[in-house]
Each structure stands twice: as structure tokens, then as C-alpha cells.
Write a protein that binds this ligand. Sequence first.
Ligand code: DGL
Length: 267
Amino acid sequence: VSDPRPVGVFDSGIGGLTVLAAIRNALPGENYLYLGDTARLPYGTKSSETVTRYALRAARFLVAQDIKLLVVACNTASAAALPVLEAALLPLPVIGVVIPGAAQAARVSRGAVGVIGTESTIASSTYTRAVLNRRPELRVVTQACPLFVPLAEEGWFDHPVTRDVARIYLAPLLEASVDTVILGCTHYPLLKGAIAQEMGPETNLVDSAEAVAAEVAAYLGKEGRRREAALGGLRVYITDTTERFRRIAQTIIPSGISALELVDLPG
Ligand code: DGL
């Protein structure tokens, strides 16, 4: 069997394209629908109640397009709303980025895990709980890094300012001698170089985009629901004007967006 329906991927905006790119790398034959809720971005500074409300609305838009699986690419939405989304969308399978990233960190850590993410993700403690559920003896140290999002969107991947900001944010993790850092935000894979430089070569960086891609591939393979084709399409929906999105999307995913459409989400 094979299931030709698209995979739905949802994020607060642009950053989730890093997750989409990783999934597409693993599964190029699938068709993808991506929704970036750019009208309500950022999610990372908002309360979990607000993020949950936004996430439900965005998810329902994709579900109405007959997707076979929903990937919540946004760490903030995964951390705040995954159980609510799963319950509301049953029987549709929903995969968030937190569990795959936490599971991988728990597999590789030698004793202490650092978690970096938006303010909302860190305040939720969802990553900490997910790591400790798997390995209660680990130490988990968390740090919100809100400035990383605009720095990544500015394209300052390896800029002196980014290196300064990384040095300040990551100091507590170095101090705590973490051996593994979870990149718990869609934008952070873009700053992997600067983060790696600061943390040093001995530190494992867990890219939650890659971890979720492996999980999606494993799930569709196990269920016999992959679309067996050479190359699928990518249709992108956003909720606010396209120009800024187009410019930044270009740096994350240089080719292959088949269509970009402005949509309004029903309340
Ligand atoms: N997508 C968000 C995340 O992964 C980052 C951007 C935002 O705050 O909306 O946490």
C-alpha cells in the first residue's frame, strides 16, 4: 500500500522550513503542504493558552486539505499544545518536534543536557520532562535564547553579533558542563555553526529537525503509507504578506516551492 495524500507541516512562520527541509531530505517522494502562521508570529513570546488556540486553528486548516499526517514543526506549539492537538485531531497522527529531540538527547547524553528554545518553550519545561521521563538520572539545564530568532531571520548565521549573543546565552550551559544541547527551536539549526563553535567539539548538538524527520520516515514506513514517487511537490500557505517570507525562505529552502499562497484562517 501507499498513501498519496500530502504530509501537513505547520509552524508559526518561516523557521519550520528547516524542519520541512529535513523531512523532505528523508522523504523526497512525498507531497507537502506547509502552513506558516506569519500573521500571528512570533509564538515564542506568547502564553501557552494563546499558542494552543493559534495552533488548533492552523492545524484545522491543514486537516481540511486531507493530509495523512500532521507535523508540528514549531517547538513552541509542540511544547504548549501537542496533547491538545492530538486529542482534537484524532484519528489523524500528529508528530511534534519535542519528543523526537528529547529522545535523541536522552540516547546520546553522558550526564547533562542543555535545552535552548524560545521563552515559551523553556517556560513550559516540556523538553525537561521529556528528557527526564526517559533518563531520570540526567541533569537538565535550560536557557531561553529569544534573540536567536531575529538573528537567524536576518541571515546572520556566522556574524560577530551572533557569536557575542551565543557566548552570553550559552555561558550557563558551559558552566554546567552539559555534554548535549537540544536545539529546541525551528531557527536554531541555522545557527548551528555559531552554537557549535561556542559549545566546543565535544558537545553533541541535537537538531530536533533531523530527529523529527527520522521519526516521520519511520512512522510512514511502518504503516506502509509512504508515497512512492521520485519527487513530490511543496505548497506553502502563509497568513500574512509574502515578500518577507519569500526572501527568508530563499535562504532556508532555495528551490522547490511549487506554490505560495496567502490564506486567512477561519476563527
Ligand atoms: N517556530 C518557533 C519555535 O520553534 C520560533 C519562532 C516563534 O517564536 O514563533 O519555537
